[in-house]
Design a protein around this ligand. Sequence first.
Ligand code: AKG
Ligand code: FE2
Length: 329
Amino acid sequence: MALAMFVKALEGPLPRWRPADAHEETDDAHEAAKDAHEAAWYRVAASHHEDAQTCAAYQSLCLHTELFQRPQPSWFAPSFAAAFAHGPPTAAAVRALVEEVSPGVFAFDFLSPSFCERLLCELEHYDSSGLPVVRPNSMNRYGVVLNSIGMEKTIDALQRHYVRALAAALFPVEGEHVDHHHAFMVQYKHGEDLGLDMHTDACDVTLNVCLGKEFTGAGLTFCGLRGGGRERTFSYRHQHVKGRAIMHAGHHRHGADDILGGERYNLILWNKSSTFRASKDYMNKVARPEADEADKPDLVCLSYTHDDDYEKYRPLPAGVVPRRERCAG
Ligand SMILES: O=C(O)CCC(=O)C(=O)O
Ligand SMILES: [Fe+2]
């Protein structure tokens, strides 16, 4: 019976449950909802199917097959590999490995320069393969989602064996047990995206590591925590260094300053925790208001994507549609 239901589910969405005495007048509404539900299911299924085909196709084209397997100690900076040589380090050892460069922002040497170069070559090779490119999110017009090219298992292992211990030690509430993720590469250069508007991440704990290449400008500006009362107050400007990573809470407002010259590529891992997301702490977090627009913000902390009062303080950047028009449309 259970097997039969499972097979049925693979064929398509299960029929929606309806109370036996549902009134006939609601039939049309129910039918419309059922159609929408089914259409959504088929869209998701088609997209999974396309992703699976892309991953399989790229396996025979990729440059470095080891990048699609378990992470190796040689991928990491020596200090990072040493800290994990005998399994995940204690919280005290994690604290000794990282530097808290600003409250809630931790920096540490993470990847070896040669690994950064290999990963970048692979991602550039993917880009020139002609296979479909899944972009990271609505804000990044370039870059690629790593799971969509076949690296999901590698990133799963990276999260489980390395990142989880860091997130748990540095963010004991949100990061106690990160267990799923969205992993992507972002890129900035003249003629493409120059920077990234102020935002918070759709995750619990973010890991952000610079892969190179050479660049000037392109700092990462931090303001406050969403709902913390000082969300739009400047706190820190980070200068990325190849191989070095930062870890911060997803609800820490940040944005990428425009690049002035060269090219910058970063690998971003949005870590999410199922346990945290089922907790009261999480419910309280999402219930907090976005930004306190009563307070006078620091100009660098304003977001044209998220703040209704942006234009009260600054003209919109060229080409940006006012938020009220975007939201009305
Ligand atoms: O460019 C960066 O370093 C950060 C990018 C970022 O914050 C994001 O993609 O969410
Ligand atoms: Fe971000």
